[in-house]
Structure formats: C-alpha cells, structure tokens
Design a protein around this ligand. Structure first.
Ligand code: FE2
Length: 431
C-alpha cells in the first residue's frame, strides 16, 4: 500500500491494505490471493461506452451476498421521487436554517436525522433526484447502502468521517463527498452536524464539458481525492440499512468494511471547493451560472441536466456598467439553493447559512430590494466577494417539496416581501 493520495476524477485506481491482496493479470482467479473473495460492483451497464463505464473489483473477507432477510425500516421523512412530494405553489420558497439538535436532544444519525426537502423524478427509472437536509448529533453504528442513487454530501456545519467499502474519507464544510450508488458507507460526526445531500437517481455525476473554456478550469480532475483501501481488523456484526425502491430496509450482517484490496474507477471521492478555478466576466454583464458547474448528471437531452451541482465561491467582480448580481429571471430548470457560509450576493440578509431556497420552473426570482438598491448605486470598482459559499442543485425536473418542508415550521412565510420594495421607477424620460 501507499500513502500517496489517489487523485483524479474518473481515474482508474488500485489499492491494497495488505501487500499481495490484488490478483495479477486477472480479476477473478480460481483462488484469489490471501483467501479473499472477488466481487464486482458495476456502476454502469456492462455495455456502457468505455468513457462512461464505471466498475470496481473488490477483494474482501466475505461477499456482500451474505446479507439478507431484510425487514422494512420506518423512516417517514425520507421521500423518493415526485410521487412522494406535495404540490408546489408557483411561489418562490425559502427556508430558515433548521436548528441542529444538540447532544442532549433526541439522538439522530445520518439516517434517522435525514429530512427530505424536495424531490422529483422516479428512482425506479433512474431519473430525478432527492434533496435532503441531514441534522445529526450521533455517529452511525451500522452501515448504509443506497441502491436508489449516488449521494453528494455537502456539509454545512460539522465535519464528517466517512467509512466506505473502499476506505475512509474525511470531509469538512467547504468540501463535498460523492458516494457511488450501491457502495456501503457509514458516517461519523464529531458534534452537532448539518449537511445538504443530493440523492441522484439519474446518470452518475461527471465533470462538465468545458467547451470554449478549453482544457483547464472549473473543477480540475486532479483535485478529486479517492480513499486508500482499509478494512476493520476484527469482523463484527452490525445493522445494515439499505435504501431500495424508495424504502429503507434493515438486516443484521457482518460489517461490509472488510475489503482488503480493490481496483477500478467506481470510487467515492472528496473535493475541496476552494480549489475551484472560478471564471467570470471581465467586461460586462453577469454570466450564466453554468460557468460555476462543478459536476453534472446529464439527462437524455443534450445540455439539459438531470442535476447540475453549481457553486458560488469567493470571486472578484469587475464588470463595468453592469448590474453585477444575478438578474431577475424565470428559468425552465428548477433551482434548489443552499448556503454553506457567508452571504449570497442576491440576498444579503434573508438567506442565511444552513438555509435553503427553491425556485421551480418559471417561478420568477432575483435580487431582493436591498441587493437591487446596493447594486444599482454601487461604485463599480473591482470588488471581492469573499468568505462565501452558496451552491445550487439545478434540475430539469420540477421539484415537489415534502410535507415536512412546507409545514415543518421553517418555511419563510415572508419571503415574497423581500421584493416588495421594487417600486415602479419608470419616468418616461431618458436620464
Ligand atoms: Fe435562478
């Protein structure tokens, strides 16, 4: 084994926690080294084009087929697909930060503390996504496998220590973790923790095309980090929870963290958004936010994403004779936004870290009155937007908010009021 980090998005890695555990020259020898079992995890159809083919061979102490006899596990807050959402009003929606329960509160871990905010599509046909908030004050005891989708974790408060079948990843606010569909993992927390989660039922996230930007920029492949193989020294039974067909199931099984070696290109990854190479206008106008795309899950229509993961990181604003914040607009796509820390330039006050907003297709939105006044009268000297990290999950499918989101108590009933001061300024006279 090596201490050199595995770096690169979509790269092919191999890793062994015990020297000699990986077979040479074949994937499934008659007797794999060290008495291990060979097991293939396919993240794409066998016949997917080579550039999109994702799979990893695992060499483990016992195969995962040994887990069985699953029983339903009640977690009524985890919703899947449009069918489990409510009708969304044609209003912009915003939520205050949902309080994070302390250690003296009801114990909540990554699974029991998950609350679906909105969801679309249908996991059974591999389309759409769920947007969740996780409020946790305990580490998971067991392990979790999501067969319905890959999971993109965006911690907002508190760091995560993620154990995966392929090794450990530590992820702090400002970083994100991408966990492949079907890969077992467990999440440990060090304190009261809040994170946003995208459960992507659709095509796996990948780096966006760069087009005229060229061969470098945005999220560079080398800044994604995969784990090194690691396994628990002593086999132990645990509770294995599986999300399958929109429902949670549980069983008692031996720990799945028994993979001694692996090789492949279907791997969990972490990424530090501080490494994002941000591009912006150096002449006029606020560019389309697609220039901030970190990862994209394509749909079957070119250029129309099942989900884009977009960040709004610290950056310089230098545009001349321009209204620098986002423009007022209506979008055929659906936009869910969260704020990890700092201020978002279109909503300096009302959109707080840990909060959320949802602007569904054709729902008008844009800078609030305060942002409009500030941007309209600002001295357009170069200005650094600093100490900020907002993000967006943008989807072609309209989101349906859950009953918890609409009626759970944190919906900002006064959101529309943030635009009330945008008075009619028409004079009929050129200035
Ligand atoms: Fe928007």
């Amino acid at each position: 084994m090596t201490d050199t980090p595995h770096t690169g998005f979509g790269n092919y890695f191999e890793s062994e926690a015990v020297a000699g555990a990986l077979p040479i020259g074949r994937n499934s020898p008659q007797r794999p080294p060290l008495g291990l079992y060979a097991e293939l995890l396919s993240g794409s159809a066998f016949t997917a084009p080579r550039a999109e083919n994702r799979r990893t061979w695992l060499y483990r102490r016992q195969p995962s087929v040994q887990a069985g006899a699953y029983q339903p596990l009640l977690q009524p807050h985890w919703k899947t697909g449009a069918a489990e959402g409510e009708h969304a009003p044609p209003d912009p929606l915003r939520w205050h930060p949902v309080p994070v329960p302390g250690f003296d509160s009801e114990p909540l871990d990554f699974i029991t503390g998950l609350r679906t905010v909105c969801t679309n599509g249908d996991a059974a046909i591999h389309g759409g996504m769920g947007v969740h908030l996780v409020l946790a004050n305990r580490s998971m005891d067991g392990a979790f496998v999501n067969a319905d989708g890959e999971m993109l974790l965006v911690p907002q408060q508190g760091s995560l220590r993620i154990t995966t079948e392929l090794g450990p990843l530590q992820v702090a606010p400002g970083e994100v973790a991408l966990l492949p569909r079907g890969l077992a993992f467990s999440v440990a927390v060090d304190g009261p923790t809040r994170l946003y989660v995208c459960e992507n039922y659709g095509a796996a996230f990948r780096l966006p095309e760069l087009g005229p930007i060229g061969s470098n920029g945005l999220a560079n492949p080398r800044d994604f980090i995969a784990p090194q193989a690691a396994f628990e020294a002593t086999p132990r039974p645990l509770t294995l929870v599986k999300k399958y067909g929109g429902r949670l199931w549980h069983t008692q099984a031996m720990s799945p963290f028994n993979v001694v070696a692996w090789h492949g290109n279907l791997v969990p990854l972490k990424y530090d958004t501080a490494r994002f190479m941000t591009i912006g206008s150096i002449s006029v106008d606020h560019p389309d936010p697609s220039i901030f795309t970190v990862l994209t899950s394509p749909s079957d229509t070119a250029g129309v994403a099942n989900c884009d993961f977009v960040i709004f990181p610290p950056r310089w604003l230098v545009m001349e004779d321009s209204f620098r914040p986002p423009w007022y607009h209506r979008n055929v796509m659906a936009e869910f936004m969260g704020l990890v820390h700092g201020q978002y330039d279109a909503k300096p006050e009302g959109f707080r870290p840990g909060g959320m907003s949802l602007h569904n297709p054709m729902v008008p939105h844009g800078p609030d009155t305060e942002a409009f006044e500030g941007a309209t009268n600002a001295d357009l000297a170069p200005h650094k937007l600093d100490h900020t990290l907002a993000f967006m999950f943008e989807s072609r499918w309209a989101f349906r908010p859950t009953a918890w989101a609409l009626h759970g108590g944190e919906l900002d009933a006064g959101y529309a009021g943030c635009w009330a001061g945008l008075s009619d300024r028409f004079t009929g006279q050129r200035a």
